[in-house]
Design a protein around this ligand. Sequence first.
Ligand code: BGC
Length: 813
Amino acid sequence: MTNPAVTALLEQMTREEKAAFCCGEGFWHLKSSERLGLPAIMVTDGPNGLRKQDTSSDNLGILDALPATCFPSAAGLACSWSPELLRSVGEAIGRECRKEQVSVILGPGVDTKRNPRGGRNFEYYSEDPLLTGQLASAWVAGVQSQGVGTCPKHFAANNHESNRMVVDAVVDERTLRELYLLAYEILVKEVQPWSIMCSYNKVNGSYLSDSQTLLTDILRDEWGFEGMVVSDWGATNDRIESLKAGMNLEMPSSGTIHTERILAALADGSLSDAQLDQALAPVLELILKAKPALQQPAPAFTMEEHHRLAARAAEEACVLLQNRDDLLPLPQGASVAVIGALAKETRYQGAGSSKVTPTRVEQPWDECLALLGSSARLTYAAGYPLTGEPTAGMFEEALDVARAAEKVVLFIGLTPEYESEGYDRPHLSLPTAQLALVEALAPVYHKLVVVLQNGAPVDLPFADKVPAILEAYLGGQAGASALAKVLFGLANPSGKLAETFPLRCADAPSDAWFPGEPRLSQYREGLWVGYRYFDTVGQPVRYPFGHGLSYTRFDYSALCINGELAVGQALHCTMQGEERITVSFTITNLGDRTGAEVAQLYVGQAASGAPRPLKELKAFGKVLLRPGESQTVELTLDRRAFAWWSTERQAWLVESDDFTLFVGASVADIRLQQTITLQGDVARLPRDPRLAPYFDPAGGDFNDAAFEVLLGRELPRPIAATPFHFNSTIGEVKHTLLGGLLFKMMLKMTAKHVGKLSEAETRMLHAILEEMPLRNLATQSMGRFKLTALQKMIHIMNRNWKGLWRGDSVDYR
Ligand code: BGC
């Protein structure tokens, strides 16, 4: 239903204006028109804070941005399992957007973590789409409550960085729906984000920007999305196809290249005026929605208040992974050796487009000193360098300092070049110098607390030897004061992992297929991602999904289903239409400290006709309890909590069967459980023997034949690199004379634009440039380089002299 104000605008606009408005202005703005009363609204990154660039523009997080509060990255925020916290963070970011007249913040990042090596995992919430969807919805609601829009990204199946601009995610529909689309579905149905960003990659053969199935059939028609779809920066493939598919706004501006194509398509009838209007309407609607906030004063707040909120968020993000002999919290009067360069130069955010210029940054060393005041008995040694090799005597100095102290806190983690937008991690190892330091500290293991700063799981080969490990993730600008409070017992950690820490990355079945071939990523493992796999097959992990300790202990009791006390034998439940099942239980704080507990409700259907994980997260609740206090947690389950997607029937199905409800402190620490018998929509379906490896996933033998059955089609063939086309990457053509020249020219131009780069930035830039499709040379050149010129170059690279002479067009494969 088009808004009447939008209809009125469409009536007043010329074809030229309409074509132009489907594309942005410059890097961060939409088109404007005084005549039409449409202001030039600004959209910008996000999502762990505002990254507004006033005088510069880049989507690599390299050039300057205005100072803003840097909140913990999503990987950490998710460990709070607190929609209430996420909402507050969203509200704060919304207020900062208002102050800076930014209308839409480009986030949150809600892709499901398929494998721990994903380079951008720090920017995503979880390996579980329900947790992601609910937390992201709270964040979106918070931002949007301030009159500012959001843009969940990157829709869809953008699960790795390698060749993200051209790779085809080959994924079966059930897995797509249950793992990779679910967070978006929850967002759309619960909070209607103002916009959604379509990703660079293809899904099952179609670039997202051209995918009618995903952008219109599923997103709009099925889920009811009412907002605007914007391309990721440079993700527009064929502009005419993308308009028809439902991709409304192209960003950044492609100059006049696509406007001219749109006008030509209107003229030759390959695009109708109605199609153009339909594509443009959400863009106009978004501008109209953004307008009131631009005309009103920004809400009052201080950066200090936001800094304090960032500290609270960091505190809730801390996960106490282990704490043998109650080594933590540390007594405030103890003599403590603080070791690790990261204690004085903390790593608090990831690299790439999400990089915020913080208003200030706390350092763990300073914050521990400040917290302890005159009682501080702290010593320090760097122990390892942040870059390069350790200098002579570094380890010895650290060991001397450690020996002399009663307790030792060692800060280690990933330095920026280890994880970034633009490339994936080849392994989960910590830097070698840090691992060597941990070994060197063996004589003091018994008093060693390890604090981790990283955006995603790391290998912890020393975990069995050291008593305490505290995961701080990338805690944002105020992460250090939160850490100091947790270390010295002024705060009780309550974070729970939103992703599994495997023993070895290779234990995850996706690992053998991750990231896959440059142009084809086969999601062979199907649903067997994260805890769904580890828990089902009983594969030991370092720390399970949902795990996190506290300085107190919690008891779970009195499980009731629909008010009936769980007694052991299966309870019969009925659920018609909108009816829900209520699951309640009591949590009691048995210790002597106030603490918060995140209780998790999983559902399992052991005998389904479809392969199903032993448990899947369906609800969760967090309670804060004083010593001795009890509270009843009530969670509800709707029909979907029991359903799986049947590709054959194109529907969510509930089989009439027994389901087990598991209530736990983590997926592996189930405290209460009860089986219920449910009347579903169909009788239990027969199992397809061809899917045997998916019913019995241990070992991960997802062979060609079984994957073809899962996909419902033949395996796609590897895509040949030649002949070159618009979507050949610069890396693919750089061995040709012309391609080599182009690559060098691009490197030179970009280096001139962005100036001196760090090692991590250089690596990111090279990856991004090499993987850029040729079409973007034209579309991102602001009209300096025409598509026709690019076509000619491609003919030359292909040595297709006839095509060059005839002026053949090149395709968008
Ligand atoms: C990233 C997006 C980001 C955009 C604008 C892209 O490269 O994938 O997440 O919002 O740049 O900076």
